[in-house]
Design a protein. Sequence first.
Length: 332
Amino acid sequence: MTKLFVLFFFLCFSIYSQEKEESTKLEFSGSLRVRGFNLERDALLNRSTSTQPVYNKQSEANQQSTANQNAVNNDIATRSTGQPATLKPNKEKLNYFDTRVLLNLNFVSSRYIDGIWGIAVGDIPFGGRGISNTSNDPYLSGPGSGGELNQISAANVQTNFLYVNFKIPSENIAIRTGIQQFSSAQGRVLLANGAGALITKDIPKYSTTLEGGWILARDRTPPNPDSNGFRSTKNIKANILFAKVKLNIIRSMKNEIYTYFSDDDDNTDPEKETGHLFWHGLFNEVNLTKFSFVIHGILNEGKVRSQNRKCFLQRRGLPYPRSGIFNFKHRD
């Protein structure tokens, strides 16, 4: 026992000495959340909602209306004969707890390189939530698993962030590569985690920040038949490129001009759509003493192609979103 303790102490001392030598800092941060739910409702009619996309809204609405009317007519006919009613309130309850842990590990090796590993454990439901075949199953792995008696050790850890920052302080340039969160102004065009690269250049003299990046949204390129580890030269993937200019010349005003470009050659989705789309945005935020307001305009343009003629013809009448967004906030 004494030899084991001495060996363990020596290993810990060696690791600590090496970390001190290389000046590597490890910092932990995160949050823990526990919630409880006690829900109850009465559904007057038993209704089954389809999870498939709605291609003919009027037809599906007519079918639902006919089914409801037939149920009411059958109930009236049954009760007119003195028999009990066939329609009864469908009482539903949902009582359960869930918990989640978010943990970020930040390591700084020097003023030029640092990185973050962000993980999430949960949500882990426990205490009465029903089991479904698609989610919240304690016998499956991934988020939403665990929580049942003797099933709390299920694999329910996921990686949200994993990236490295390369910095050039003399030039005010930072390059971030890996799995990270990409967001447009207020998340109107894009707000998602993905793999890619982000380059930032600060120009303090003009209170300006330049940003540009690339996101590999999907990659379905098949491998070569000879199984040599290489892929086919025919790319089946979706890339997103973006560029931004952020201005803060006036202290009470923030301006941002941005462009996002989606180069989608992936036709493996059910609708077999590909396309080249642009989103151009102008974001303006003004913060005054008593109130603040935002004027945000977005222009979407481009082309979408579909090999599924039925879906294409049913959807071609939908216009591309062209929107102007105005937000107003008042502070007492």
